[in-house]
Design a protein around this ligand. Structure first.
Ligand code: SF4
Ligand code: SF4
Length: 385
C-alpha cells in the first residue's frame, strides 16, 4: 500500500488508523468480478485501507475477499451482522437462524478468520432497537467480540437518536452514520427514504440532534465512519441539490471530515478515475475544499450564526485555528464541566483563543455570521487560556 498520498485518522477508541477516504463496497457487484477485484487493489495502492461490506450477496463478498486477500492485514473490513441473503434477496434479520450462517458466510468469503469492525446492522427505529438489544442477536455479537472474531463492535444507523443511544451503551466503539449538508438539516427519522425528499421551503440550520450526536461521539471517543456523504449524487447537480447549488466532491468530503469524531468517509466507486477523484481530496487546496460559499449563497441557506468548522475565516494574524477552537468550544459547552479529553485537545493547539487580538478580520470572511471574536473570548475564559 502506498500511504504517502493519504491521511490516516484514529477511529475513536478502536484505535485503528483508517484512511480518511474509505471504500463503500455496494457498487462492486454491478461490474464483472475481475474488474471490481482490480478496483479494490487499485484503491489500496492509493492508500485506502477501510472497506465496508454490508452486502449479503455472495458476489460482492467474494470480490472483496479476493481484492484484499494478498494484504488482508493492511485492510480494515467493516462487516455487518444481520445482513442476510435469502432466496437471492437482501433481508435484514435478527433471527440467529439466518444471522449466524450469513455472518459465517461473510467470514469465509472475506478471509483471515476475523472482521475488524463487526457492525450491528441498520438500527433506525425504536422497533429495530428493541428487536436487537437484550436478545440472542446482541448476545451473539458480544460472543463474537469476546472470541476475537470481530475485533470491535460498531453500529450502523441513519437516525441520530438511535446513534446517540448506541453511543450511550458504552460498548459500541464506532458508528457508521449518514452525513451530508442536506441530511444534517433534517430532524431525526426512522424512515430513510424521507431523508431524500421534502426539502421545499426554508431550512432551519443544522438539526440539534445531529450536532449533539457528533459532540457526544467526540466526548465518548466513539469514531464515526460516514455513508451517503454525497446524498446519492444529488448534491453534485444544482437541479437536484436541495440548496439549489451544486457541490464538488472535495467540498462534500471536507464537509463530513470537518465534523467532530469523523474518521473516514466511505465513497462508492465504479472506476479507477472515481477513486482518483476522491483521493484528489488529499492534494486539494483550501479553496477547493471550501464548502462554505455553496451553503451560504444557497437560496435556502439558514446556518446563520452556527459554525460549520469550514475554515473559511482564515488567515488569522494570531495564527489561531478558529475552526478547531470553535469545535472544542462547542464540545465543551454542551457539558456541565469541560471534559478532560476536550481540554487536552484544546490545550494542544498551537495557538489558543487567548491570543485573539479582536481584529475581526475573520468575521468579515465568515459566510455564516459567526461572532468569532466574542467566541474567542468565551473560549479563552472557559479553557483558561
Ligand atoms: S467561524 Fe465561520 S468561517 Fe470560520 S470555521 Fe466557523 S463557520 Fe467557517
Ligand atoms: S478576531 Fe481574533 S480570531 Fe479573528 S482573525 Fe482577529 S485575531 Fe484571529
Amino acid at each position: 500500500m502506498n500511504t504517502e498520498g493519504m491521511t490516516y485518522r484514529r477511529l475513536g477508541r478502536t484505535d485503528l488508523q483508517v484512511s480518511e477516504i474509505g471504500f463503500g463496497g455496494e457498487w462492486l457487484e454491478r461490474h464483472p468480478r475481475e474488474e471490481s477485484v482490480e478496483l479494490i487493489r487499485y484503491a489500496h495502492n492509493r492508500g485506502i485501507n477501510l472497506i465496508d461490506c454490508w452486502m449479503p450477496d455472495p458476489k460482492s463478498r467474494d470480490i472483496i475477499g479476493e481484492g484484499i486477500r494478498e494484504c488482508r492485514g493492511e485492510w480494515f473490513v467493516q462487516g455487518h451482522i444481520g445482513s442476510t441473503w435469502q432466496d437471492g434477496q437482501y433481508v435484514r434479520s435478527r433471527d440467529l437462524r439466518s444471522v449466524v450462517p450469513a455472518f459465517e458466510d461473510l467470514l469465509r468469503r472475506i478471509g483471515g478468520g476475523y472482521i475488524d469492525l463487526g457492525m450491528i446492522h441498520y438500527i433506525d427505529s425504536e422497533a429495530d432497537w428493541n428487536a436487537a438489544m437484550g436478545t440472542d442477536y446482541i448476545r451473539y455479537v458480544h460472543e463474537l467480540h469476546e472470541a476475537g472474531i470481530i475485533r470491535h463492535i460498531g453500529l450502523s444507523t441513519h437516525n441520530p437518536v438511535m446513534a446517540r443511544r448506541a453511543v450511550e451503551t458504552g460498548f459500541v466503539e464506532m458508528i457508521l452514520f449518514s452525513i451530508n449538508p442536506a441530511f444534517d438539516m433534517r430532524p431525526a427519522t426512522d424512515d430513510l427514504d424521507s431523508l431524500f425528499t421534502g426539502y421545499e421551503g426554508a431550512f432551519s440550520g443544522i438539526d440539534p440532534e445531529r450536532s449533539a450526536l457528533y459532540r457526544l461521539c467526540e466526548e465518548r471517543d466513539v469514531g464515526i465512519t460516514v455513508m451517503k456523504g454525497f446524498f446519492g449524487g444529488r448534491l453534485f447537480n444544482e437541479a437536484t441539490s436541495p440548496f439549489g447549488t451544486a457541490f464538488t466532491a472535495p467540498q462534500l468530503i471536507h464537509y463530513s471530515l470537518c465534523k467532530p469524531a469523523v474518521a473516514s468517509i466511505l465513497c462508492g466507486y465504479d472506476t479507477k478515475e472515481q477513486v482518483d477523484a476522491a483521493v484528489a481530496y488529499e492534494t486539494s487546496d483550501d479553496a477547493e475544499k471550501d464548502f462554505s460559499g455553496v451553503i451560504a449563497s444557497a437560496p435556502l441557506h439558514a446556518y446563520s450564526g452556527q459554525c460549520t468548522y469550514c475554515g473559511h475565516c482564515r488567515p488569522c494574524p494570531a495564527n489561531i485555528d478558529i475552526a478547531m477552537v470553535n469545535k472544542f468550544y462547542d464540545l465543551a459547552v454542551q457539558q456541565p464541566a469541560v471534559p478532560e479529553s476536550v481540554r487536552e485537545h484544546y490545550l494542544a493547539l498551537e495557538q489558543t483563543a487567548s491570543r485573539c487580538i479582536g481584529c475581526r478580520g475573520c468575521e468579515a470572511r465568515c459566510p455564516f455570521g459567526v461572532k468569532i471574536a466574542e467566541r474567542m473570548q468565551k473560549a479563552a475564559a472557559l479553557f483558561g487560556r
